[in-house]
Design a protein around this ligand. Structure first.
Ligand code: NAP
Length: 248
């Protein structure tokens, strides 16, 4: 169903994992794509090719979302190429896990700068564009641990909880202009980010999930797809958990 035909979507961190699945889902729904990545040059070329094969136009922007000017560059290039931005998915993220006793200040700062400040940077630059258009769909990728917390992830869970606060605040600011702002909170999803976990930890996690499986990137992409369409036009300021029932 090509319900996003003629729509333009920007996806940050689109070279791998969840961002890649989101970009492909939106393209399969008919959207043209602006793909952001930071360092995975070969992977982003493959994603761009897959999207072109689906019949969508694509533009790739190398940028570090933690840098204010880089985030501005993403939106500027998107506007130069397509003349509008209908959908922004703030997906780029990193982890630097450690228990508080061992967590270095630089690891706290780094995770906040990408996962929280990076979202602010992109929101700051998309807001005037969508206000002018008087329309837009913003989807921020948070996490189950932004809701429930997690030992070893004080930096990451603080950033992801911050993303939820920012989502709700901006939804209140932009609602009267026809712009929706929502968050998706994935549970444990099979990507490079969770590949580092040992088999024992993965088994333990599966045991805690009512649906008894670790999620796939497509599980997240399906919900982002829905939040990108007019079918979700009366949904804003919400955090949609996609976690197999892990946090309820
Ligand atoms: P991933 O496989 O590690 O991919 C991360 C993506 O973010 C890559 O495309 C990477 O680009 C990009 N990225 C990282 N730092 C960046 C920066 N400073 N500027 C621009 N792009 C940057 O991670 P994932 O599992 O797909 O996670 C995607 C999002 O979902 C993240 O926000 C993550 O926190 C969230 N999430 C994941 C899970 C999970 O279980 N996997 C659970 C909850 C939430 P390059 O490769 O080009 O560097």
């Amino acid at each position: 169903m090509k319900c996003l035909k003629d729509k333009v979507a920007v996806v940050t961190g689109a070279s791998r994992g969840i961002g890649k699945a989101i970009a492909i889902e939106l393209a399969s729904m008919g959207a043209d794509l602006v793909l952001n990545y930071r360092s995975s040059v070969e992977s982003i070329k493959d994603v761009a090719k897959e999207i072109e094969d689906l019949g969508s136009k694509v533009h790739v922007v190398r940028a570090d979302v933690s840098l204010f000017e880089d985030s501005e560059k993403i939106m500027k290039e998107a506007l130069d190429k397509f003349g509008k931005i209908d959908i922004l998915v703030n997906n780029a993220g990193i982890t630097k896990d450690a228990l508080m006793l061992r967590m270095k200040e630089e690891d706290f700062d780094k995770v906040i700068s990408v996962n929280l400040k990076g979202v602010y940077n992109c929101l700051k630059h998309i807001t005037p564009i969508m206000l002018k258009q008087r329309s837009g769909k913003i989807i921020n990728i948070s996490s189950v641990v932004g809701i429930s917390g997690n030992a070893g992830q004080c930096n990451y869970s603080a950033a992801k909880a911050g993303v939820i606060g920012m989502t709700k605040s901006l939804a209140k600011e932009l609602g009267s202009r026809g712009i929706t702002v929502n968050a998706v909170a994935p549970g444990y999803i099979k990507t490079d980010m969770t590949e580092v976990l040992s088999d024992k930890v993965k088994k333990n996690i599966e045991g805690m999930i009512p649906l008894k499986r670790i999620g796939n990137p497509e599980d997240i992409a399906n919900v982002v797809g829905f939040l990108s369409t007019e079918k979700s036009s009366y949904v804003t300021g919400q955090v949609i958990s996609v976690d197999g029932g892990m946090a309820m």
